[in-house]
Design a protein around this ligand. Structure first.
Ligand code: CP
Ligand code: NVA
Length: 303
C-alpha cells in the first residue's frame, strides 16, 4: 500500500507513468468516453482548511470514475472535538478505500497515515502540496514537453508550494531558481531534499526569472498564517511577478499559479491574465492528474 504525502513518495519512473496515464484519462474525458474503473470505491475527504479546486477536482474526478465521496470538515465531525487523529484514522479507513486530508502540520497527516488501512493522499499541509505540483508538472509537459533540464523560477514565499517544487526538481531533474524575501526562505531540511544541486537561491526576484522556462508564484499569506498578513504585505512588496520578470524569462516561458490568486499582490493582472499564463489548464489538470493518481494507488498500473 502506498500513501501520497509528499512529492518524493513516488519515483521519477512512477511519475513518467502517471503523466502518460493523465494524458490518456484527460483525452478520454474530452471525448466524453465513460471510464469507470473505481465503481464501489469510496474516498473520504477531510478538510481542516478551505478549498475550491482540491475539493471539486477530487470529488468530480472520483464520481466520474464510478466511485463516491464522503466530505468531512473539522467543524462537522468529531475531528473538531479532539478525537485523537489515530482513532479517526482507524475508524475512517475501515469504511472507505482512500482518504484525502488537508490540514495544518504535516505530522498530523503522517499520524493519520500510520494508522490507516488505506492509502492517504495529502490535499495540502503547511509544508507540502504534492497534488498541485503533480498537476503543474503535467501542465508544463503538455505545453512544452519534458521538464528535465529546464529552469523553474519560484518568486515569493518559501512555503508548502516552494518545498514541493524543490522535491520535484530533485526527483525529476530540473533546476529551481528561488527568490524569497529575507526571513521567508525555504529550509532544505523541511523540504526534505537529498541534494542542493537542484536549486539556486537569488536575492533579486528578477535575477531568478532570467532565462527561466516557467515562472511561478503563490499567495504571500498561506492558510493558517493570516495573523502575519500585514507584516507579509510589506515584506513581499517587491516579489510581485510582473511583465518585467516575464520579459527576463525565456521567450516561450509559461506562468503558473496554484490559485487562488491576488492580482496586484504576488502577480500582476497582465501576467496572470496574459498570453504566457496557463493557470486555467493548470487548475483543470488537477482533476485529470489526480484521477491517474487515485487509479494508481487503488489499482496499480493499468495495461
Ligand atoms: N490550488 C488549490 O489547492 O486550490 P484550493 O485551495 O481551492 O483547493
Ligand atoms: N500556499 C497556499 C496554497 C493554497 C492552495 C496555502 O497553503 O494557503
Amino acid at each position: 500500500m502506498k500513501h501520497y504525502l509528499q512529492f518524493k513518495d513516488l519515483r521519477a519512473e512512477e511519475y513518467a507513468y502517471l503523466f502518460e496515464r493523465t494524458r490518456t484519462i484527460k483525452t478520454r474525458f474530452k471525448n466524453y468516453e465513460r471510464y469507470q474503473p473505481l465503481v464501489d470505491r469510496t474516498l473520504a475527504m477531510i478538510f481542516e482548511k478551505a478549498s475550491t479546486r482540491t475539493r471539486v477536482s477530487f470529488e468530480a474526478g472520483l464520481y466520474q470514475m464510478g466511485g463516491s465521496v464522503v466530505h468531512l470538515t473539522t467543524g462537522d465531525s468529531q475531528l473538531g472535538r479532539a478525537e485523537p487523529i489515530e482513532d479517526s484514522a482507524r475508524v475512517i479507513s475501515r469504511m472507505v478505500d482512500l482518504v484525502l486530508i488537508r490540514t495544518y502540520e504535516h505530522t498530523k497527516i503522517e499520524a493519520f497515515a500510520a494508522h490507516s488501512r488505506v492509502p492517504v493522499i495529502n490535499g495540502l499541509t503547511n509544508e507540502f502540496h504534492p497534488c498541485q505540483i503533480l498537476a503543474d508538472v503535467f501542465t508544463y509537459i503538455e505545453h512544452r514537453g519534458s521538464i528535465q533540464g529546464k529552469v523553474v523560477a519560484w518568486v515569493g514565499d518559501g512555503n508548502n508550494m516552494a518545498n514541493t517544487w524543490l522535491q520535484a526538481a530533485d526527483i525529476l531533474g530540473f533546476t529551481l531558481h528561488i527568490s524569497t524575501p529575507g526571513g521567508y526562505e525555504v529550509d532544505p531540511k523541511v523540504a526534505g531534499i537529498g541534494s542542493s544541486n537542484c536549486y539556486k537561491v537569488f536575492a533579486d526576484p528578477l535575477a531568478a526569472c532570467r532565462g527561466a522556462n516557467l515562472v511561478t508564484t503563490d499567495v504571500w499569506t498561506s492558510m493558517g498564517y493570516e495573523s502575519e498578513n500585514a507584516v507579509r504585505m510589506a515584506a513581499f512588496a517587491d516579489w510581485c511577478v510582473d511583465a518585467e520578470m516575464m520579459a527576463a524569462a525565456a521567450p516561450d516561458a509559461l506562468f503558473m499559479h496554484c490559485l487562488p490568486a491576488h492580482r496586484g499582490e504576488e502577480v500582476a493582472a497582465e501576467v496572470i491574465d496574459g498570453p504566457q499564463s496557463v493557470v486555467w489548464d493548470e487548475a483543470e489538470n488537477r482533476m485529470h492528474a489526480q484521477k491517474a493518481l487515485m487509479e494508481y494507488l487503488l489499482l496499480g498500473r493499468i495495461g
